[in-house]
Design a protein around this ligand. Structure first.
Ligand code: ATP
Length: 381
């Protein structure tokens, strides 16, 4: 990742202890977020999304692992530093309006409050509140209490509250969970505008898969670990996606997934790859010069005829290509052969490309060459 990292978590672990019970909520999670990015975190209930957000927001302490945000080491904050971190660096938006806004205060006073806690002068916070109400399109609602506002308007005020102290990182935990789909889209689009206009880094937890088309990356968490990453890309027109492979069905703007590979080569293929290529049970791993190809076991021999007869120019494999058959389970989990991780420089992650008959894994450095991520320079206020 070329941009400055704002969030850098590695092997993050969170264990909750209750009486004699231990719940491992995060079990070795890796996450990197560049300054100015907007990413979504998705995952089943209980997968650890809120735990991660609470740690990043300084509301909870990690049990082990690296967790750095804007130079703050979240595992080593004393009370004073933690309060400063929460007040100055972080904006939080929750699903429930009651958690975002105080019901007895007007919209304007709700936005004033966090600034007053930060000892901002009255003149400055009133000016900032007026500006924020304008930004969220609610200037005329300044004196309304939350119950006098619609759900979408309440979340707009919540966004203004979260932005009050100009946070570096905005954390939104299911901010549209209680809204209808049209209002949800408006709020997500609005968060995107904030991200673009002010360069505020945003991490959004959501169940809404449509959000993937709005954010820069979507990271899926499974059982307290990062499992897949979907990057929204702009592929240049007329550029071959992958020389030497027939990638199917990728429009100019497409989603490609990056998966994580651990040190011993364990990985899980994304669901769509498993749906398109019948790899279940066993797969043949072909180690090419710069990437790996995973073929359904037996199919290659059928296509190439006898290996002893040489090579197939059509499918680009020579008889000398190193091949090995490995096991793969129903949900796409497998362990790459040692030789594969030694020969291909994955450095923990691979881009998945699905072809007609096979699934390819490319190291990011090679996969990214010539295919630029659609990113913008953050604007500062
Ligand atoms: N304070 C706590 N004490 C004990 N266990 C907890 C605590 N908070 C979370 N957990 C447990 O940690 C695991 C991860 O929970 P978390 O709330 O982070 O998941 P989630 O992905 O946000 O779920 P949801 O989508 O339902 O909000 C769960 O097993 C949960 O029961």
């Amino acid at each position: 990742m070329q941009q400055e990292l704002l969030v850098n978590c590695h092997n993050l672990i969170k264990i909750y202890k209750q009486a004699d019970l231990e719940v491992v909520a995060l079990q070795g999670l890796d996450l990197e977020v560049a300054r100015g990015e907007m990413i979504a975190i998705v995952g089943a209930s209980g997968s650890g999304k809120s735990t991660l957000l609470n740690i990043l927001g300084g509301l909870d302490e990690p049990s082990a692992g690296k967790s750095l945000v804007a130079g703050y080491d979240l595992a080593r904050l004393n009370d004073e530093k933690r309060t400063r971190y929460r007040n100055l660096m972080i904006g939080h938006i929750w699903q429930q309006s009651g958690r975002n806004l105080l019901p007895d205060l007007t919209a304007a006073d709700n936005i004033n409050l966090p600034q007053m806690f930060n000892s901002v002068s009255r003149a400055r916070y009133r000016k900032r509140t007026r500006e924020l109400l304008e930004i969220v399109g609610l200037s005329s609602m300044a004196q309304k209490r939350p119950e006098q506002l619609s759900g979408g308007e309440q979340q707009r005020v919540a966004i203004a509250v979260a932005l009050a102290n100009q946070p570096t990182l905005l954390l939104a935990d299911e901010p549209t969970g209680e809204l209808d789909s049209v209002t949800s889209q408006e709020i997500i689009a609005f968060l995107r505008q904030i991200n673009r206009a002010f360069g505020t880094t945003i991490i959004l937890v959501t169940h809404d898969v449509a959000v993937a088309s709005v954010v820069d990356r979507t990271i899926a968490i499974r059982d307290g670990r990062t499992s897949t990453e979907t990057i929204r890309r702009q592929l240049p027109q007329n550029q071959p996606n992958n020389p030497g492979s027939a990638i199917i069905g990728l429009p100019a703007e497409t989603h490609q997934e990056t998966i994580y590979i651990d040190r011993v080569g364990l990985l899980q293929l994304p669901a769509y790859a498993m749906e398109q290529v019948p790899l279940r049970g066993r797969t043949e791993v072909c180690i090419m010069d710069d990437h790996l190809e995973l073929w359904p076991a037996g199919l290659l021999s059928d296509l190439m005829g006898s290996v002893a007869q040489g090579s197939s120019a059509v499918i680009g494999l020579s008889a000398r290509t190193h091949r090995e058959t490995i096991l793969i389970d129903r949900v796409g989990r497998l362990q790459l052969p040692k030789e594969a991780i030694e020969r291909i420089p994955f450095a923990g992650r691979a881009e998945v490309r699905v072809s007609n008959y096979h699934v390819d894994l490319w190291p990011l450095s090679i996969a990214n060459a010539g295919v630029s991520l659609e990113r913008k320079e953050p604007l500062h206020e």
